[in-house]
Design a protein around this ligand. Structure first.
Ligand SMILES: Cc1ncc(COP(=O)(O)O)c(C=O)c1O
Length: 388
């Protein structure tokens, strides 16, 4: 009855089963996978969402790419990085996931390929399969920082490849694309006739002072490219359900892509009028939430580097940006067993590296969002179990 776009087996894995058991038994645990900013103790002004009930939202004026007030506000917001953006190149969606879905509809026939980084965001598998597209991995290598393995990119590309996905900073490796890599990637896209899809949802959270990082990756003239952003990360408001795509590249290709995207967007008209009316104010007032999240993750990363440096058998990998950190731990048991052990013995939940498709074991991934006291409590327990 069901399509092959869905995974045949949707049973909970061992980790989900263990979490469900703890919840059923009302046993508390420390969740170092918490990625929902609205559950991480940040201060949201209580009247932040008042504009959702603005009287203007009573008028329905459907616009496939979104209302001008919201698109212009997003274009202005790029000014924080000193960039001028044309609002007519901005397309609103309800989320980054929806942006991916529309881009795959735009670019891919059933069975086509897109290149996606490994390790990276686990949802790619579903987002591609749900559009009848194959995600083909290319590798990121770690040697004091993560870099793109260009040879693996060349190896992964086929005549059926339509797009190259990059995530910068990446989830969970926290690595930014450098300017040098950006140039190489654009040449690669041009020579293979690919579109660059640049997921930059964490761009507002740099965590070191590197000068060579590239941002706003769509803004170049070599090949068609699309940069993805959204309120869920930029102001910690996933429930507002607003994402956007910024198109860049040769003007004639942008015009063709926008023309076709309009048909897709017009078929769904999915973004609510309320959030669009609220967007100008949300972007202004959300700066405070962004700052609070940023200083939390900066502090937590410092704590992590310090605590892990006390435990010689473990290593905190360098994080350049984003909300996650990776800890390399001794591979004395399978990651899944280690994570279950940690949950059952110490009631601390972390992600196993294999969720993100690391090429070898053993890695643990944690969110940097939890309150500092939670991290301070959990880290020594995590490191004791991981190094035993
Ligand atoms: C790299 C990356 N892209 C996209 C998303 C999803 O963003 P949205 O909430 O806008 O769909 C996430 C969520 O964690 C993410 O990590």
């Amino acid at each position: 009855m069901l399509s092959r776009r869905l995974p045949p087996d949707r049973l909970p894995n061992r980790l989900t089963q263990a979490i469900n058991l703890l919840r059923r038994e009302h046993q508390p645990f420390i969740d170092l996978t918490e990625s929902n900013p609205t559950r991480a103790g940040f201060t949201y002004p209580t009247d932040l969402l008042n504009d959702f009930s603005h009287v203007e939202a009573l008028q329905y004026d459907p616009k496939p790419f979104g209302l001008a007030c919201a698109r212009e506000a997003i274009a202005r917001d790029y000014g924080r990085r000193g960039i001028t953006v044309d609002p007519s190149r901005i397309v609103l969606t309800t989320s980054t996931s929806e942006s991916y879905s529309w881009l795959f509809k735009l670019l891919c026939n059933a069975g086509d390929h897109v290149l996606a980084p490994r390790p990276s965001y686990p949802l790619f598998d579903y987002l591609t399969k749900l559009e009848a597209v194959h995600a083909k991995p290319y590798d990121l290598d770690y040697d004091r920082r993560w870099t793109i393995n260009m040879a693996s990119l060349e190896k992964a590309v086929t005549p059926q490849t339509r797009a190259l996905v990059v995530v910068s900073p990446n989830n969970p490796t926290g690595s930014f694309i450098t300017r040098e890599e950006h140039l190489q990637l654009m040449k690669f896209c041009k020579s293979h006739d690919l579109v660059l899809i640049a997921d930059e949802v964490f761009v507002d959270y740099p965590l070191d002072e590197r000068k060579e990082r590239a941002t706003d990756l769509a803004l170049q003239e070599t090949a068609l490219a699309c940069s993805l952003g959204g309120l869920s990360k930029s102001i910690g408001l996933p429930q507002a359900k607003l994402g956007w795509m910024l198109l860049g590249g040769p003007p004639s290709l942008c015009a063709t892509a926008l023309d076709a995207l309009e048909l897709i967007a017009d078929s769904y008209l999915s973004v609510s009028t309320s959030v669009q009316i609220a967007t100008p104010n949300l972007l202004t007032r959300g700066a405070l939430i962004r700052q609070e999240i940023h200083s939390r993750i900066q502090g937590n990363l410092k704590t992590l580097y310090h605590e892990v440096s006390q435990q010689p058998s473990c290593q905190a990998l360098v994080v350049e940006g984003g909300w996650y950190a990776v800890i390399r731990v001794p591979a004395t048991q399978r990651e899944e067993d280690l994570v279950l052990d940690l949950l059952q013995r110490e009631h601390v939940l972390v992600y196993p590296g294999y969720f993100f498709d690391f090429s070898n074991e053993a890695y643990l991934v944690i969110s940097l969002l939890p309150p500092p006291e939670v991290l301070n409590d959990a880290l020594p327990r995590l490191l004791t179990v991981a190094s035993s």
